[in-house]
Write a protein that binds this ligand. Sequence first.
Ligand code: UD1
Length: 319
Amino acid sequence: MAVYLITGIAGFIGSSLARELLHRGEQVRGVDNFSTGKRENLAQVLEQIDFREADLLDLDAMKRACAGVDYVLHQAAIPSVPKSVLDPIGSNMANVDGTLNLLVAARDAKVKRVIYAASSSVYGDTPTLPKHERMIPDPISPYAVAKLASERYMISFYRCYGLETAALRYFNIFGPRQDPSSPYSGVLAKFITQMLAGQQPTIFGDGEQSRDFTYVDNAVEANLLACKAPARQVAGKVFNVATGRRVTLNEAFKFLQQLTSYSGSPVYEAERGGDIKHSLADIFSAEQHLGYKPKVNFEDGLRQTVAWYRSQGKAPCAY
Ligand code: UD1
């Protein structure tokens, strides 16, 4: 049994990781400051985990959290492109300063490996598709810059201190427990809850922008594989975590109409600042080095997600 520290454990990806690790009989410790995470995401597992309410910017708390830990799964972030455009300093503090603190604490505690929730947003609007890890990043939003900086800190800590790190570039992760209630929420969580409530969703732009929407179980699997893969294959490296297929917002909306029985149309508004147009991953490297294969495709993931929101009677966002 290994000890895992999950940062951002009350978030939707963090809490999904906790569930799977507990299912596998592992020991789970978690930190969250509830800036975006939700207590309700931990309700069913709180008794089985060592939870500490703490901020990544509190170095002493991070040192205590890392003591005796084997693997760190660093999910904590303010995960929003538009929020970073509005508040670049806040985004940098949480997403970069916080990561650096955690790395120092992990290095000093001699943890075996740190896996980082990086982002496909670092590729920016490069016309080349699919995006592969050898491409030169070209981040647009402050959020994407922060994610890239943290990725480079991961690599630097491997090179300078020998701390084994790997960065997983998530491509639009979706699934149960993703918060639908803020204007910065992921598009599918918003659309599903709006459409289930009979409300008209808003599409920013013409709806022809595309994303490699990835069901959360695939991201969970990638993290656990990245912990166990041989160091020479993962340490100091970056991997796309996605499905290798892209879906436009218009297509996603149509499929959701079937799943939610929403018969209205979307409203189209101006494109959002800092957005990228198309996103599609080459996942060969993760397949080759981590043994990763997406287990759940877009349609099945969306079915499971809609079923979960329906069972929860989740209120849609008010924006
Ligand atoms: C998302 C993640 C980000 C992650 C990145 C890459 C969220 C909130 N953001 O960014 O953390 O690093 O993927 O994995 O999960 N849109 C609408 N209507 C809405 C909301 C959004 O049309 O009500 C559009 C946006 O303008 C954008 C697309 O949907 O074109 C996707 O937006 P969003 O879900 O916020 O994700 P990303 O910005 O791609």
